[in-house]
Design a protein around this ligand. Structure first.
Ligand SMILES: Cc1ncc(COP(=O)(O)O)c(C=O)c1O
Length: 467
């Protein structure tokens, strides 16, 4: 080791470390190759698996939605569960594993971090990768002209939103109200449960935040819908003059059912908010990386209005991005953790892949994956008119209404899919629609076709049961 070299660099370059990493990558590749398609559970593992699930359900105070316990191994769109089954993961932890399971590049990035000295990073002690992550994220966010100057890291989408809320209230004090769309979802903290427009998610909780809702976009009559929303917005602004700090906008409603607005609708809202000095806050926690641009506000051409943007899920580390005006005074926002070192390293990788250019645009991978799924849904609809109905979502946020969208039928379909090797999830209303958040960065066309084939067979079984 030379005197001018960091010990960290010398360690990373040590021939033993390099050889160990080469061997690890080689072994991972060989074993990943054994996962080639859907596989049923192994008989001898089934009862132990069920017992662990039951114990875990009791420990956490409620059963899991799915009998899912990962083995910790997977191959791209395929994941191995601890009962030996292999399934297509079309929900990816609700949109987290964009590059699938066991991706070589993310494993590499994780190894870098895993060989480092700490498990977690926090606001008192961070490594250089944290700066790299924030810089990369801001460059991506500003690439079409937005003027976001700062980014603050945290460990969950809800906390990124909490921080956004604080920045907005602090800057617009004494404003004490928030605007949101009907059907919004913003996370599970006490404040976010007030923003989320679902009474079940705030049952028994005290009201801690005043939120005024306006209707989301109705594509069947864009002009009337826009006028209706603007009128509702004006009424709230007039009823509580100067009291609204921000409006939180999900440009494709995630939990609300995968409905998207259009550029004119959003722009009219943003202009009105600007005229009343209300912060425009895009919640991109679910949309990040899934529309035809890295951010949905870029997809809809709303760059000029981005005051605050929150990201999470796919980014691995969550963040609140904000314009200079929203810079907080010391002490207003902070937490022990900004993220696990491995998550920050993988986050940097995700940002660099998003910046590389092959994923976005009309012919990017997001659009290709989207088209192939939608063509598949349309084919099923052409064969069996009442089994699936659109709208089908936007980009790689894909959804359809199965049959009449009744709760029991959707649940039966999700369970049948799970049993036969496809993990999906619901959205909108009480289990009204079925959604996919596929691993865009890795899924192949033949795998999409295999998923659609399993879907059609599951729909047939559920149709036969309910006939
Ligand atoms: C739009 C939106 N905002 C906020 C959140 C909350 O993120 P987290 O679950 O990481 O706290 C979610 C999570 O699904 C989301 O979809």
């Amino acid at each position: 080791m030379s005197d001018d070299e960091l010990s960290a660099e010398a360690f990373a370059q040590d021939s033993r470390v390099r050889e160990a990493r080469r061997l690890l990558a080689e072994a991972a590749r060989d074993h990943r190759a054994t996962l080639r398609g859907v596989r049923p559970p192994r008989i001898e593992l089934v009862s132990g698996y069920a017992a662990t699930l039951e114990r875990f359900g009791a420990l956490r105070g409620g059963a899991l939605f799915y009998p899912y316990l990962g083995s910790g191994f997977g191959n791209g769109a395929l994941v191995e569960l601890a009962d030996g089954s292999v399934k297509f993961d079309m929900i990816c932890g609700i949109g987290v594993h964009y590059f699938g399971h066991g991706a070589p590049a993310t494993t590499e990035a994780q190894l870098d971090a895993a060989l480092g000295d700490t498990v977690m990073q926090g606001n008192l002690q961070q490594n250089a990768e944290s700066a790299q992550f924030v810089e990369g994220l801001l460059a991506l966010a500003n690439q079409q002209g937005a003027a976001l100057e700062h980014g603050f890291l945290t460990t969950s989408g809800a906390m990124a939103n909490e921080n956004a809320l604080k920045l907005a209230f602090h800057q617009h004090r004494p404003a004490d109200r928030l605007l949101a769309f009907s059907g919004a979802f913003a996370g599970r903290t006490l404040a976010m449960s007030q923003v989320t427009d679902n009474p079940a998610y705030r049952a028994g909780l005290p009201t801690s935040l005043a939120v005024d809702y306006v209707p989301f976009f109705r594509p069947d009559d864009a002009e009337a819908s826009t006028n209706e929303t603007l009128a509702a917005l004006r009424a709230h602004l007039a009823r509580h003059p100067g009291r609204h700090a921000a409006m939180i906008l999900e440009l494709v409603q995630g939990e609300g059912g995968y409905h998207a607005g259009n550029p004119a609708f959003f722009e009219a809202i943003a202009q009105l908010l600007r005229a009343h000095d209300v912060a425009v806050w895009f919640d991109e926690i679910q949309t990040f990386g899934r529309t035809l641009a890295p951010f949905a506000f870029q997809h809809f051409g709303l760059d000029a209005y981005a005051d605050i943007v929150t990201v999470g899920k796919t980014s691995q580390v969550c963040a609140t991005l904000f314009a200079a005006r929203y810079r907080p005074p010391p002490g207003l926002v902070s937490q022990t953790f900004t993220g696990a070192s491995t998550a920050i390293a993988v986050g940097c990788h995700v940002i660099s892949r998003f910046a590389a250019g092959d994923l976005f645009g009309e012919d990017g991978r997001v659009a290709q994956v989207s088209r192939r799924f939608i063509e598949g849904f349309e084919t099923i609809r052409a064969r069996h008119g009442d089994w699936v109905r659109g709208p089908y979502g936007l980009g790689a946020m894909l959804a359809f209404t199965p049959f009449e969208g009744e709760r029991e039928t959707t649940r039966a379909l999700l369970d049948d899919l799970f049993t036969h090797g496809v993990i999906a999830f619901a959205t909108g209303g009480p289990l009204a629609r079925l959604r996919f958040l596929p691993p865009v960065g890795v899924i192949r066309d033949d795998e999409i076709d295999a998923v659609l084939d399993i879907l059609e067979k599951s729909l047939a079984r559920v149709a036969a049961r309910t006939a």
